[in-house]
Design a protein around this ligand. Structure first.
Ligand code: ZN
Length: 216
């Protein structure tokens, strides 16, 4: 495991009762909100390993539980510090969930943890890929004009997204064992830049489908 993971593991004890915590915000044992020293990573908030392939059910479960105990209503009689902590953590919790449940945002975030100085905007996908994207964009143009999207086009776009996610999962596993490897980092950057194109197709495809459903 890399340092990103080890750093937060050390801090996972309740400051009040010393009970071991699954996450850093709140102790369910003595029901105290925690003051966090140092920086949290989005994965640790949900008690997850810092890795690309994650169990989204765990994110949902931890989110539902935490957002409840951080609700402002519970802190009406609390100290100002606890009030502002609850508010701060709720915001952080929402941002973290939004980042982790989105495979593209999750990849960008995880890469930024491994390689904080990497300029993620500087990479462009290979030419062959761009050509493939153009042809799919044209098919989408046509679908927009006719107002219907074929199942095969929809599936092709979703398959591309799934493949990209799987590729990223494998690449991040490699990066975990060799966190400094420039070649792996570049490969991930390139895959992320592809994902941005694919995401654009996904959005367009969903939009066409939405309109199609609304008409019926
Ligand atoms: Zn406690």
């Amino acid at each position: 495991m890399n340092q990103v993971v080890d750093n937060y593991r050390e801090t996972l004890k309740c400051h009040s009762c010393n009970h071991t915590l699954e996450q850093s915000f709140y102790c369910f044992f003595c029901e105290k909100i925690q003051e966090i020293k140092g920086k949290l990573n989005y994965f640790s908030i949900f008690g997850l390993e810092t890795t690309y392939q994650i169990d989204l059910n765990k994110v949902d479960e931890a989110f539902d539980l935490l957002i409840l105990v951080l609700h402002p209503d519970y802190y009406a009689q609390s100290s100002e510090t606890d009030k502002s902590l609850a508010l701060e953590y709720s915001t952080l919790l929402n941002n973290s969930k939004a980042t982790l449940i989105d495979p593209l945002r999750r990849a960008k975030y995880l890469l930024s943890l491994f390689s904080p100085l990497t300029d993620q905007a500087s990479t462009t996908p290979p030419k062959g890929f761009i050509t493939e994207m153009f042809s799919l964009q044209e098919e989408l143009d046509h679908a927009e004009e006719t107002g219907t999207i074929s199942r095969s086009l929809k599936k092709e776009i979703e398959d591309l997204a799934t493949q990209t996610e799987q590729f990223l999962g494998d690449a991040f596993i490699q990066l975990e064992s060799k966190p400094e490897d420039k070649l792996i980092i570049t490969t991930i950057q390139e895959e992320i830049s592809k994902f941005k194109f694919i995401r654009n197709l996904q959005d367009r495809s969903q939009e066409i489908e939405q309109k199609q459903t609304n008409l019926h």
